[in-house]
Design a protein around this ligand. Structure first.
Ligand code: NDP
Length: 294
């Protein structure tokens, strides 16, 4: 299976469909990543804050897949923002992953109450890019105002903004702003995962009747239909699972095509309700925690 690639704004190619490991316990991460690589995934999305970078690195090393074929993405946590701290954050992540070079390194959140620190953290990413320690840089959970402030001072336009996008919460304004500036939207909770564990006041996207109807029409599952919706709209998607059967299911999305009416029907499911934390409310006091050295 050849996975379609997306070209980032600096020419680096990234698989359109990747594999996430948020909330995957460290003791289950090696097996999950091994199953994903075995299935054919060639992009893994982890984060310093997930506590499983070491196991991601071990799974890649043990897989027998050429390092150059696997696109590894990780994130600097807010507690490591600031120029020197973020450079050190890279060292910690690279050491745990067992890699000299990280394919895509992004800031996990904006820290709106400490914008200066956020901008300094991004300046460190620019330095790592210039040094060849990372192949591309970007951000996550940046809203239009955060991107606007960043673009004022940045010398490198972020390649990616990883944000919550699923049929019930699509953030079209942020996506459009990204598209205007060459910033690729990468969808987290692409099949609505975040709504499973937060009291967001609506059912799971997996049980949505409209998505179910489209799935039946194609002989596919609701998860596959949502992933297809992302891919056909040009987004990167990084579904997570710890179950080999679902890992395979989520990868089996390259043999059918949604019609423009079906895409529009899914677009129409927007609820305006965010499942994840409100980016404007993220502070060191509420979300800060040290990232271990090893
Ligand atoms: P997803 O939309 O990927 O959903 C994951 C959930 O869906 C899990 O509970 C999983 O359970 C279940 N699941 C997976 N596949 C299927 C399937 N085919 N049918 C039914 N259920 C399924 O949500 P995530 O929140 O995990 O987001 C994906 C990735 O995005 C994360 O792993 C992480 O890499 C990234 N992320 C980034 C954030 C950020 O702030 N930047 C925030 C949140 C996520 P099970 O494992 O038991 O199969």
């Amino acid at each position: 299976m050849i996975i379609p690639q997306l070209t980032l704004n600096n020419g680096v190619a990234m698989p359109a469909l990747g594999f996430g490991v948020f909330q995957t316990p460290p003791e289950e991460t090696r097996a999950a990543v091994a199953a994903a690589l075995d299935t054919g995934y060639r992009q893994i999305d982890t984060a310093a804050a997930y506590g499983n970078e070491r196991q991601v690195g071990e799974a890649i090393a043990a897989s027998g897949v050429d390092r150059a074929e696997v696109f590894v993405e990780t994130k600097i946590w807010i507690s490591d923002y600031g120029y020197e701290q973020t450079l050190h954050g890279f060292d910690k992540s690279a050491r745990k992953l067992g890699l000299d070079q990280i394919d895509l390194l992004i800031l996990h959140q904006a820290l709106p109450s400490e914008l200066g620190k956020t901008l300094e953290a991004y300046r460190a990413l620019e330095a790592l890019l210039a040094d060849g320690r990372v192949r591309a840089i970007g951000v996550s959970n940046f809203m239009v105002e955060h991107l606007t402030a960043l673009l004022h001072t940045a010398t490198v336009v972020p390649a990616v903004n990883q944000i919550e996008v699923h049929p019930y919460f699509q953030q079209r304004q942020v996506q459009d702003f990204g598209a205007e500036h060459g910033i690729l939207t990468q969808a987290w909770a692409p099949i609505g995962g975040i709504t499973f564990y937060r009291d967001s006041g609506h059912r799971s996207t997996l049980d949505d009747p409209a998505i179910g109807e489209i799935a039946t029409a194609h002989g596919k599952t609701p998860a596959q239909v949502m992933l297809r919706w992302h891919l056909q709209q040009g987004r990167s998607a990084i579904p997570k699972s710890v179950r080999p059967q679902r890992i395979a299911e989520n990868f089996d999305v390259f043999d059918f095509e949604l019609t423009s009416e079906q895409l529009a029907a899914i677009d129409g499911l927007e609820t305006g309700k965010r499942g994840g934390p409100e980016p404007a409310d993220v502070t060191l006091a509420t979300f800060g925690r040290p990232i271990p050295e090893d």
